[in-house]
Write a protein that binds this ligand. Sequence first.
Ligand code: NAD
Length: 290
Amino acid sequence: MKIGFIGLGNMGGPMATNLAKAGHDVTGFDMADVAIDGVTLAATGIEAATGADVVITMLPNGAILRAVANDVIPAMSKGAALVDCSTVDVESARAVADQAGAAGLLFVDAPVSGGVGGAAGGTLTFMAGGSAEAFAKADPLFDIMGQKAVHCGEAGAGQAAKICNNMILGVTMIATCEAFSLADKLGLSREKMFDVVSTSSGYSWTMNAYCPAPGVGPQSPSDNDYKPGFAADLMLKDLRLSQQAAEAADADTPMGQMARDLYAQFVENEDGAGMDFSAMLPRFEKRSRN
Ligand code: NAD
């Protein structure tokens, strides 16, 4: 298949390489000067998209996706598919889906879970929105770049699933960190706390698989001085998207709101920028109730 790949950053670069390794003809474009294994570089997004069966985008946000879509949609051949794997707001995903549909193209919003390690290892999870025909066209590529793809519904459903999942993740990480901080002050060892909670009703992915306490549980960014991993800045981005969606849909999400506000404070006013999102634990350690 001829694939155009736009946005060859931390995630897009290794995803494009995996497609090339699987034998696809991949032409990529990134605004930055990049070199990606197996990928032929184009001078513009339009050049990368021209003649492609599928164009994949992996970009920072919805505004950039809309700008790139304005450029590349007119250059794409009728019947080709535009597959956006970025995490963006639901409205941008739906707007680009409409624009692609009007131009005779298929569209899938397919944000991912699994991070940079999953992108490199080809083990991402894709949550996809779009027509059955569009999903069927993209699915063999999801199989190469990931281990699972769920067709969640019509356009925008993939982004909806992503922000709901990450709202749970942000809230749960904060709950796990504040519980460790309380346990410390009550004189409970972190190892015992992990032993109990990881096999009791407080268990969660943040406790069992990504424990924010260093030296406890499986290896995680806390064991690497809280280098990301999944950066607190990206968690803040996702919590802003879930709150934006909650406001638009009139959904009451008070815990999501508190998580967004706490990550905003951490990233913008404290020392969370550039840290893993589990660095909430040392943040709580430094603070007391008053
Ligand atoms: P990144 O910043 O490393 O990559 C984005 C790339 O897009 C950059 O290389 C940038 O130069 C390029 N770009 C920006 N504007 C462009 C334009 N107009 N045309 C062409 N290229 C352009 O970010 P990333 O970590 O690869 O994340 C990409 C997306 O994946 C984001 O939406 C992010 O939320 C999502 N995501 C990231 C992770 C993660 O762990 N990094 C996990 C899941 C989802």
